[in-house]
Design a protein. Structure first.
Length: 314
């Protein structure tokens, strides 16, 4: 199994370890290099900087994307590792030369189910770690050093995941449908997506375009659940649509839906209740403009049926 040990800002780590987030943004201030080192679901370990110099925790890689810092903040809020947007912006600009850019694009390594080890459980930096390593290093659990690291992490995961499952009342967490990535380790089947990770995955799966209108202005695009999260709808891409904010409100309010053949249906109730709706009726009967490339990520019929039965009122 391949995993990654990423150099971690100590203040970022300290802040997040106190709030127990469901997912986090391990951000890259440069915003130019795509992170392709590990696969979705793989472990991402936190290597604390000096003077701490230890492995202090773990997250599970969901995806990598590039976002303007305003959208990164809107998506993750304090799960970026600080309490306010202005503080977040200062942290980013501290690493950048274009300090006049008010909304620079950054890299976002999205990690879900982070676990921050107690100090007494921190793991010593591996023996092959060089001072010249700036960003991080990948390891393989089949190699000698990687095996030694992972054996220690595995013991801690058993401990921390057991505690968390008792606290949260949950028995199984999945990264995607129908099953999480198979790494031959039962621990990794307990990973689940968070709201921020869901938004990023849906946004990129739909090529950053509203599935109905084709709108591509990122601040007004929202990841909508087909079966609502409040009704146990999962954070799967197949339970998501990328919608312009007004379309999202109409979808959640039962004024529009999609059919199993992925066509748009707009309720006459818009006109009946609001004496308007010309903007929306032009989409009635049309196919969705944008869909994910992978078949498994396209809207699932069971979630569509739920929405049509419980939410949509034609």
């Amino acid at each position: 199994m391949k995993f990654y040990l990423g150099v971690t800002d100590n203040n970022w780590f300290k802040y997040l370890s106190n709030i127990n987030p469901e997912d986090i943004n391990f951000w890259q201030p440069g915003g130019t290099v795509t992170f392709k080192v590990i696969q979705a679901g793989a472990p991402f370990l936190f290597k604390l900087k000096r003077p701490l110099s230890a492995i202090g925790g773990i997250g599970f890689f969901s995806s990598h994307t590039f976002l303007p810092i305003s959208i990164a903040w809107d998506t993750f809020r304090n799960r970026n590792g600080c309490g306010t947007y202005e503080e977040f912006r200062r942290m980013i600009l501290n690493y950048r030369t274009d300090k006049q850019n008010i909304n620079p694009t950054i890299g976002c390594i999205v990690l879900t189910n982070p676990i921050f080890f107690k100090r007494e459980d921190w793991i010593a930096t591996p023996i092959d770690w060089g001072k010249s390593i700036v960003q991080g290093k990948s390891y393989d659990s089949n190699d000698a050093v990687g095996k030694e690291i992972w054996s220690k992490v595995e013991i801690l995961l058993e401990k921390y995941l057991h505690i968390n499952s008792i606290d949260e009342g949950k028995s199984q967490f999945l990264l995607e449908e129908p099953a999480s990535p198979a790494y031959g380790n039962s621990i990794l089947t307990k990973v689940r997506l968070g709201q921020g990770a869901f938004r990023v995955l849906v946004t990129d799966a739909y090529s950053r375009r509203c599935s109905i209108t084709g709108e591509k202005t990122l601040p007004v695009l929202e990841a909508a659940h087909i079966k609502s999260y409040a009704e146990s709808g999962p954070h799967f891409i197949s339970n998501g649509l990328l919608l312009r904010s007004d379309m999202h409100k109409l979808f959640d309010g039962g004024y529009l839906t999609i059919t199993n053949d992925l066509k748009i249906e707009v309720s006459p109730r818009i006109k009946e209740e609001f004496q308007n709706g010309k903007e929306y009726y032009q989409y009635h009967g049309k196919e969705l403009l944008f869909l994910p490339n992978r078949e498994i990520d396209k809207p699932n019929a069971k979630y569509i049926d739920w929405h049509n039965t419980n939410i949509y009122r034609g």
